[in-house]
Design a protein around this ligand. Structure first.
Ligand SMILES: Nc1ncnc2c1ncn2[C@@H]1O[C@H](COP(=O)(O)OP(=O)(O)OP(=O)(O)O)[C@@H](O)[C@H]1O
Ligand SMILES: [Mg+2]
Length: 472
C-alpha cells in the first residue's frame, strides 16, 4: 500500500491499514478469519488465512506506505522482526526511487533549458571530439546530434586552418579564461558558411586540476552583419554624395565661365565660319557638362528642390503616355494605379526618378522585350524602423520589368554613382545614384528586388502628407 492507496489505486477507507498511516506503528492481528481486512473472503477461507501484519514504511519522517502480509499461521516475534528488516529494505528502495525520479526530472529540466537556447551549444571532449550539442546547434549547423557526436570539431570550421589557429588555442587546457566573444566563420552541414560570435570555455573537473572538455557557445550573426553592411553602404553613399557634390559645385562655376565666354566670343564670329563651328562644339560640350553636373548635384542633394503637394498618379499617366509612344512594340507598358494620398515633392525630380527607373527597365528588356509595369498604391508602415522608415502612410511607387535582372554583385552596387554595366556611351551610372539622392531628400526610401534573367522590381516609398486619397 503506497501513498495511502491500495495497489489498484483505490483510496483506502477507514481500516486497519489507514490506521497504521495515522499511528505510524506496526499492527499485528493473529486472528483475522472473517475480518474485513481480507478483501476476498472466499479466497481467505479457502487458503486458511489466519494472521495479518502491517508494517509502516518510513521514508525520512513520513510513512510512505504500508507493507501488509497475510499468513496461514500465526506471526511469531521472530517473524515480525524479519518483516521489519524487510520493511526497512523496501523503505530504502522507495527512497532511492524517489531520488532517481527527482534527478530524472532535474535532468529533463536542464535538457529543456539547454535546448530552448537559440544559440548553439557544443561540448567536446579533451580530444576535440563532439560529445553533446543542443537543439540550437542542430538548427544552426544542420547536423542531427546522432551523426555529429564523435566527430572532431574541425568539421565545423569554414576554414579548417581556423581549427588550428583559433580552436586549438582557445580550446586548450592552458587557455586563459576567454569570456570575450570572438568572430569566426563556421560551416553548416550543407557547406554554407555563416559568421558567428563565439565564446569558448574549458570545462574543468571540480578540483580544477583536470579537464572534462570544451564548451563553445555559438551565435549566428548573419543578420547583424547584413545590417552593418547596409549601414556602411549608406555611409559610403553619403560620403560619395558629399564629395562629388563639392566637386560638382566648383565645376559648375567653371562651366559657367566657359559657356559665358564662349557665348560672348560666338557673338563676334561669323556664323558658319570654321571658328564659329568649332566654338559651337565647345558650347555643346559645356552644355552637356552642365547637365551632368546638375545630375551630380541632385544626387548629392545639392540641388534645391521645390516641394509642393502633388498627386503621383498624374505624373505616372504622363510618363506612361510618353513611354507608350516611344518604346518599341516588343515592350508592353502596363499601369496599375490604386487610390493614394498626396506627397510633398518636387514634380520635376519625381519625374526624373520615374524616367530613370523606366529607362533602366527598358534597357533591361531591349533584347528580349517584355512587360514594363508601373504601379501606385498607398501602404501603411507601422513597424517602427522598417528599413529605416518611420511609421506612417506612404505612397508606394513600383517600376518592374521582366528583363535581364541582376546578379547579387551588381545589385549591391547599383546606387553608387558611376556604377554601370553599360557601354561607355550607353550609360553614365548616375541614374540610380540620382534616384537614390532624390528619394532620400524627400524622406523616402527605395528598395530593389531582382532575379537574373527574370526581371527586377524597384519600389519607391514617399511619405504621404494627407489621408484623402486621389483616385487613379
Ligand atoms: N531594371 C534593371 N534591370 C537590370 N539591371 C539594372 C536595372 N536597373 C539598373 N540596373 C543595373 O544598374 C546599373 C546602374 O544603373 P544606373 O541607372 O545607375 O546607371 P546606368 O543605367 O548604367 O546609366 P545612366 O542611368 O546614368 O544612363 C546599370 O548599369 C545596370 O547594370
Ligand atoms: Mg540608368
Amino acid at each position: 500500500h503506497f501513498d495511502g492507496y491500495h495497489s489498484h489505486k483505490k483510496k483506502m477507507g477507514d481500516n486497519e491499514i489507514s490506521k497504521i498511516f495515522q499511528t505510524r506503528r506496526f499492527y499485528v492481528n493473529n486472528d483475522i478469519s472473517g475480518s474485513p481486512l481480507i478483501a476476498d473472503q472466499e479466497l481467505g477461507e479457502r487458503e486458511g488465512i489466519k494472521a495479518f501484519v502491517g508494517m509502516p514504511l518510513f521514508v525520512g519522517d513520513n510513512v510512505a506506505g504500508v507493507l501488509g502480509v497475510f499468513s496461514k499461521s500465526y506471526f511469531s516475534e521472530l517473524n515480525i522482526k524479519g518483516l521489519r528488516t524487510a520493511a526497512d529494505s523496501i523503505s530504502l528502495w522507495i527512497e532511492q526511487k524517489a531520488m532517481e525520479q527527482r534527478l530524472w526530472k532535474q535532468t529533463k529540466l536542464f535538457e529543456s533549458i539547454f535546448n530552448a537556447v537559440p544559440d548553439a551549444f557544443v561540448f567536446a571532449d579533451s580530444e576535440w571530439k563532439i560529445k553533446l550539442c543542443n537543439q540550437g546547434f542542430v538548427n544552426m549547423f544542420g547536423y542531427s546530434d546522432s551523426e555529429v557526436v564523435g566527430l572532431k570539431t574541425k568539421i565545423l570550421y569554414a576554414d579548417e586552418a581556423d581549427f588550428e589557429r583559433q580552436g586549438l588555442i582557445r580550446f586548450n587546457p592552458k587557455a586563459k579564461e576567454q569570456l570575450i566573444p570572438y568572430e569566426i566563420n563556421f560551416k553548416r552541414r550543407d557547406g554554407t558558411v555563416f559568421p558567428s560570435e563565439t565564446i569558448g570555455t574549458v570545462v574543468k573537473t571540480k578540483d580544477e586540476k583536470g579537464i572534462i572538455g570544451y564548451l563553445a557557445l555559438v551565435r549566428d550573426v548573419t543578420l547583424r552583419k547584413e545590417a552593418e553592411k547596409h549601414q556602411r553602404h549608406l555611409q559610403k553613399m553619403e560620403a560619395l554624395g558629399t564629395l562629388s557634390g563639392g566637386i560638382a559645385h566648383d565645376f559648375n562655376n567653371l562651366l559657367n565661365v566657359i559657356s559665358g565666354f564662349t557665348d560672348l566670343t560666338l557673338l563676334d564670329l561669323q556664323v558658319g565660319s570654321l571658328q564659329y563651328r568649332n566654338l559651337r562644339e565647345v558650347k555643346n560640350a559645356s552644355k552637356r557638362a552642365t547637365d551632368l553636373v546638375k545630375q551630380i548635384l541632385s544626387f548629392s542633394r545639392g540641388l534645391e528642390e521645390e516641394l509642393r503637394p502633388m498627386a503621383v498618379q498624374h505624373l505616372i499617366k504622363e510618363v506612361v503616355n510618353l513611354l507608350s509612344s516611344t518604346l518599341p512594340a516588343t515592350i508592353q507598358v502596363k499601369q496599375h494605379i490604386e487610390p493614394c494620398g498626396m506627397v510633398l515633392a518636387d514634380t520635376s525630380q519625381i519625374h526624373q526618378v520615374l524616367m530613370n527607373l523606366c529607362t533602366n527597365a527598358f534597357h533591361a528588356m531591349r533584347q528580349t522585350g517584355g512587360v514594363l509595369a508601373i504601379g501606385l498604391r498607398q501602404e501603411e508602415i507601422n513597424s517602427v524602423g522598417f528599413k529605416g522608415l518611420s511609421a506612417g502612410n506612404y505612397a508606394l511607387l513600383t517600376v518592374s520589368d521582366t528583363g535581364c535582372g541582376m546578379s547579387d554583385d551588381v545589385k549591391e552596387r547599383i546606387f553608387e554613382p558611376y556604377f554601370t554595366t553599360k557601354e561607355q556611351e550607353e550609360g553614365t551610372g548616375l541614374g540610380l545614384a540620382t534616384v537614390h539622392g532624390i528619394i532620400k531628400a524627400h524622406g523616402g526610401m527605395i528598395t530593389v528586388e531582382s532575379e537574373l534573367n527574370k526581371g527586377s522590381v524597384f519600389r519607391v516609398y514617399l511619405p504621404i502628407i494627407n489621408q484623402w486619397a486621389v483616385d487613379g
